[in-house]
Structure formats: structure tokens, C-alpha cells
Design a protein around this ligand. Structure first.
Ligand code: HEC
Length: 240
């Protein structure tokens, strides 16, 4: 046994160990986490190196091809290009790994909380006292553009200019999971009290939704609610 065979055998062994842990084992039991697979591969590598360096001859058989490949001495055309590709790819891969580890994700982490907790009793079952006329909706639309669209978006889709910075993101009113499944009285509560007014089941919930009772009259809020449903093409939920 001589030549590159020991190095190649070592490579094949690692590939077999990886395939067995990653693809064969899950057929019988729960899949292993990647970190554990890496640990086993690391141990297998140590085993191969210990075995391969038992004698000077086997050391050369194991490490010789690796050193020749890295130094580029006495290797042919195909191997030369492969060597260049490896030397270029490794720094790129390390750079990409570091970058993707550091770049902040825009995906909000899953949190175990109630998205629509029950409103306090005083807000249950209120109905909109403002008549649903085109003028009132227009006015509400104006208030919405001024106060709400920077976060909830001019198109009511949660895509306002300031929306990117918030987690949880501003609600997307055109999504059937938000205002379409809520009653007007619920919206009135959420708009009036904002993120700070959320009840305990709604936590942990670092909501940026402002508490609008500080700035807007009830009348304005009811008009905004009408405009929100009209603009998002949704209807409030009602209990017949
Ligand atoms: C600073 C950004 C910001 C502004 C401005 C803002 N909101 Fe929000 N809003 C949020 C965020 C973030 C959420 C999601 C977290 C939450 O539900 O509290 C939210 C949630 C809501 C919800 C709850 C939706 C649901 O499905 O439970 C309503 C209703 C709402 N906003 C209405 C308004 C109205 C009306 C205005 C304007 C008067 C407004 N918001 C202005 C950030 C904002």
C-alpha cells in the first residue's frame, strides 16, 4: 500500500461517517444535531491522523498528498486548477460564514405569546359612534396618513418607511390575521392604549405601537378605524 491511497481512504472514511450519521441514523432514531455530527467527524479525523502517523512511511502516505496539494509542487494540470480553486474558496467561505453569522436577520424570532389577548372589560362590545359617511372616512384617512402610515404603511400593509426597525413589526392590516378577525372595539382599545397597554398574556411583547390616547381624541380614533377597514379592504368582525 503506497501513494495517495491512505489520504484518499481517510477522506472516504470521513464521508462515510458523515453520511451514516446524517442520513442513515435518522432512519432508526431521532436525527443528531449538526454540532454533534461535527464533533464525531473531528474525533474520526483524530483517529485517522493517529493511525496514519504511526510510522514515517504511513505519515508520508497520509500527509504527503495533502502537503503536495497545498504547496503545488510536482502536481499536474488538473490538480493545479483544483488547488487554485480550493485556495480561493476557503477564504471566501470563511468570509461568508462570518458575514452570515453577524448580519442581523429581519425575521422576528418565534415568541410564545398571545397575539390578540382579551381587551379589558371597559373596551368590550363598544360600537363605532361615528356614522360611516364618505366624509368621515376621508377624514380618518387623513389622520391615518399623518399618524399611522409611517409604521403601518400608506397601503395598510405594515410596510411604512419606519417599519423596518421594529420587532414585532407593525401590523399588516391587509393580512386576514389582523383587523379582519377583530372587532372595532378591540381596535379602539389597541389604538388608545398601544403597546404599553397590552395585558400580561400579550407579553413578552416589545411593541412599538404608541399609546394614542395621549394625542388623539376618541372621535379621531373611531374615524381612523373606519378608514383602516376601508383602506385595507376588510370588514370588522361581528358576532351576529
Ligand atoms: C411607531 C410605529 C407605529 C405607529 C406610528 C403606529 N403603530 Fe400601530 N402598531 C405598531 C406595532 C409595532 C404593532 C404590533 C405590535 C402590537 O400589536 O402592539 C402595531 C399594532 C397595531 C394594531 C393591532 C393589530 C392587531 O392585529 O392586533 C392596531 C389596530 C394598530 N397598530 C393601529 C394603529 C393606528 C390606527 C395608528 C395611527 C393612529 C398606529 N397603529 C400607529 C407600530 C405603530
Amino acid at each position: 500500500m503506497r501513494g495517495p491511497s491512505l489520504a484518499v481512504k481517510g477522506g472516504i472514511l470521513l464521508a462515510v461517517v458523515f453520511a451514516a450519521l446524517k442520513f442513515v441514523l435518522p432512519l432508526f432514531t431521532a436525527p443528531l444535531p449538526m454540532s454533534l455530527i461535527w464533533l464525531y467527524l473531528f474525533l474520526a479525523t483524530i483517529g485517522i491522523v493517529v493511525y496514519g502517523t504511526l510510522s514515517a512511511e504511513s505519515t508520508e502516505a497520509l500527509l504527503g498528498p495533502v502537503f503536495r496539494f497545498l504547496s503545488g509542487e510536482g502536481i499536474g494540470g488538473m490538480a493545479k486548477s483544483a488547488r487554485l480553486a480550493v485556495l480561493a474558496l476557503v477564504p471566501l467561505l470563511v468570509g461568508w460564514q462570518t458575514y452570515s453569522g453577524l448580519v442581523p436577520s429581519s425575521q422576528p424570532p418565534a415568541e410564545n405569546r398571545t397575539i390578540h389577548p382579551a381587551p379589558p372589560g371597559e373596551f368590550v362590545g363598544l360600537s363605532n359612534p361615528v356614522p360611516n359617511t364618505p366624509e368621515n372616512v376621508m377624514q380618518g384617512r387623513g389622520f391615518y396618513s399623518a399618524f399611522c402610515s409611517p409604521c403601518h404603511g400608506a397601503k395598510f400593509n405594515g410596510n411604512g418607511a419606519a417599519s423596518d426597525g421594529f420587532n414585532p413589526p407593525p401590523a399588516n392590516f391587509s393580512d386576514p390575521g389582523t383587523i379582519a378577525m377583530l372587532q372595532e372595539s378591540y381596535l379602539f382599545w389597541r389604538i388608545k392604549k398601544g403597546g404599553v397597554g397590552l395585558s400580561v398574556e400579550g407579553h413578552p411583547w416589545k411593541s412599538a405601537m404608541p399609546r394614542w390616547e395621549v394625542e388623539l381624541s376618541d372621535d379621531m380614533i373611531w374615524k381612523i378605524i373606519m378608514a383602516e377597514y376601508a383602506g385595507a379592504g376588510q370588514k370588522p368582525r361581528t358576532w351576529e
